[in-house]
Design a protein around this ligand. Sequence first.
Ligand code: G3P
Ligand code: MG
Length: 380
Amino acid sequence: VRCSSGRRAIQTTTTRIPNFAFAFDIDGVLLRSSKPIPGAADSLALLKEQGIPFILLTNGGGKHEMERVAEISEKLNVPLDPSVIIQSHSPFAELVKGVDEVGALEHKCVLVAGGDGDSCRRVAEQYGFKNVVTPGDIFMANPSVWPFSKNFTEYYKTFARPLPKPLDPADPTKGLKIDAVFVFNDPRDWALDTQVILDILLSSNGHFGTLSEKNGRADLPNHGYQQDGQPHLYFSNPDLWWAAAYPLPRLGQGGFREALEGVWAATTGGPSKGIELKKTVIGKPYQPTYEFAERQLLRNRAKAFGGAADLPPLQRVYMIGDNPESDIRGANSYRSETGSSWQSILVRTGVYSGGEPAWTPHTIADDVQQAVQWALKTSK
Ligand code: G3P
Ligand code: MG
């Protein structure tokens, strides 16, 4: 029965709206190197059937959310809406129009590194970035930028585009200027990407092919590197390790960042000389990524239950993950804006392989199915 205000006057059916939800990590929990982990499909199907909300919260990426979720739906035989997935780079979409103190980057020239081919450029463009360059574009414009990638020329030829402005023209201020650098996913050519990103960080205000005249001047704060107004560096995923097909964990995007930090320290003196590499790293375990994820979970939950403003508050979120450093640490330290409590469940099917985990989960389960069963029992 609805009164004139459109609100339910009498709730004729008492659909029990769950006050809890789930957040699933993907690699090492639902999939291992794109193959379904036993019990994953049944677990998601059960929650769908019971109307229990969930999101997929991954440090992975490299494809648009629509494409990735369609693949996971197909592999796990469960219909999923693109709004259910939060990937490592999903929050970067907010930088198109600008957020907090970061101005809109929509029309700025941004370098996007990582991923297969220029898949990440295309994701950035689908987010709304209008002027995206890849390290492959720069290499194809002038292969001497990095002499050792010539063996990969055929690969770069398949996706490189002409640069929006020429490299190293007579007047550097007329050449390619990079305003921000993003690492959307794991770089495939660490060497080229390291050289190109370093060139930009050492440049004069992002003008490729220049060296900031301030660089190295000990009399300047931070020796001039990355002065205000110079390109900022964004990483989407801090994972040093992740669970791929190989039985032992593999180096993730965090491994690339550590390598770049090593080159930065060697070429500028680095933190020991007070020259920190200024950067922003998002992804699990950091608070902004969990806030972004919870906001999406709450939007999805409200939509699923008719947008009723009088939904019972979400009280608990079970975070099921395989990596103590990102999934367990993140859920344990997350302080919800809306008062929900996040309980971490560590599974044995990914990075964690036994022993005392570096971050203590609420409980440890053999796999995602056992984790969901434990949570459903606990939530009663
Ligand atoms: O690149 C993916 C990896 O870093 C971890 O992904 O799904 O376990 O957070 P996920
Ligand atoms: Mg994982």
